[in-house]
Ligand binder design. Sequence first.
Ligand SMILES: Nc1ncnc2c1ncn2[C@@H]1O[C@H](COP(=O)(O)OP(=O)(O)OP(=O)(O)O)[C@@H](O)[C@H]1O
Ligand SMILES: [Mg+2]
Length: 441
Amino acid sequence: MRICPSCGEDNPERARFCLNCASPLPAGAAAGRQERKFAAALFADLVGSTSLAEREDPEVVQAVVRRAFDRLSEEVERYGGLLEKFMGDAILAVFGVPTAHEDDPERAVRAAIEMQAVMGELNRGFAAEGRPQLQMRIGVEAGEVLVDLERAGGPRDRMLTGDAVNVAARLQTAAEPWQVVVGPAVYAATKNVIDYRELDPLAVKGKDQPIPAWQALRVKARRRGERPSLGLEARLVGRDEELGLLKQTFHRVEAEGRPALVTVLGAAGVGKSRLAYELLNYLESLSTLAYWRKGRCLAYGNVSYSALADAVKAQCEILEDDAPEVAADKARKAAELLFGDEAIAPQIGALVGAGESATQFSREELFDAWRRFLERMAARLPFVLVLEDLHWADSGLLDFVDHLADWAQGPLLVLTLARPELLELRPGWGGGKRNYSAIYL
Ligand SMILES: Nc1ncnc2c1ncn2[C@@H]1O[C@H](COP(=O)(O)OP(=O)(O)OP(=O)(O)O)[C@@H](O)[C@H]1O
Ligand SMILES: [Mg+2]
């Protein structure tokens, strides 16, 4: 069985091009020194680039695709993946060759999620240059693969075969644009670290059993002390209008690429957190990806900016019990990942309480660096920053939210939840901002 990564056609083993759509097929069992390995295969395909080439200047499309491939290859390599030579518009990468790591499936899924984020960032650049934009589908599955060792050391074309490669190709054809879809082996190996949504199993010609499939949503925020998620709640009653407003605002922010500040106001227990949670549910039901980062202000022992720090820690994957050196290192890596250099790493370190002390910077320097960090995230994917219980915020955080709403660029929705006491603390909250709205519950 050799499944075509473009159209899903089931081709005979010896086929090198698809019998249905003539796309080149992944490698066959070539001669040469081969080795069996447990590895994760990632299959990514650009959607509709052929029809794009019909509408647009083929050279422009070529240039765009080449730039995308270069950036996407960097992501694969950063997570320790090895690229097989490209076939047409597809990328096949393998994690676990030549050296296996115990977390190869996790690396593959993280790389896939990051590749979609990078694609979003690239598209913003293409749009600004008036160039066509691209969409990508990704499938990931793990299992035994056959590696042609000679080819792996050389030009790396047609070096990989195995059921995992076929299944990854099939999962990819079933994915919607922007989705990352994984198979059962990857799901089992990563369900503790990645949040998934279960999909309908996929029928495959030539196989008796359909393949179970899951959509990867995000890397789990691994923090202790978070209030239990509102998972097992009674059905939402009412709130259509308020939820509608939030959805609309999100889509406006996304379409216009400009920030908005929304404050949900209401007494304790009236349903503010629930409303935010329903927005998250809605975003997860969309096929597009978005960043969702959340932090809470505490009733007592609230450290300055701690809600913002929570959200940024989640982005840096800093855990609550990470030692300061570890946290500082993660903050530096995350800053470097977003910026390509470490210029603002000290200010980010200061925010998350790692390394630098905040007192060595002026407030302007801190706000500027923090805002730029959030803007870089929004440049990748539309970004919802949720700050809960803002009535307990320190005045520094309130000033920063103000600063963000006034100065940030890009698709950033700052969603703040507060009891009405906030308005006693800041009577003019949100006043005079064109991009501000309040929702009273
Ligand atoms: N519209 C609704 N339909 C069904 N259940 C709801 C609704 N709104 C809120 N609830 C439930 O009521 C409880 C309290 O809501 P929630 O935690 O959202 O309140 P809150 O406004 O965030 O309160 P606090 O100010 O204490 O943070 C939760 O269990 C929530 O699921
Ligand atoms: Mg709440």
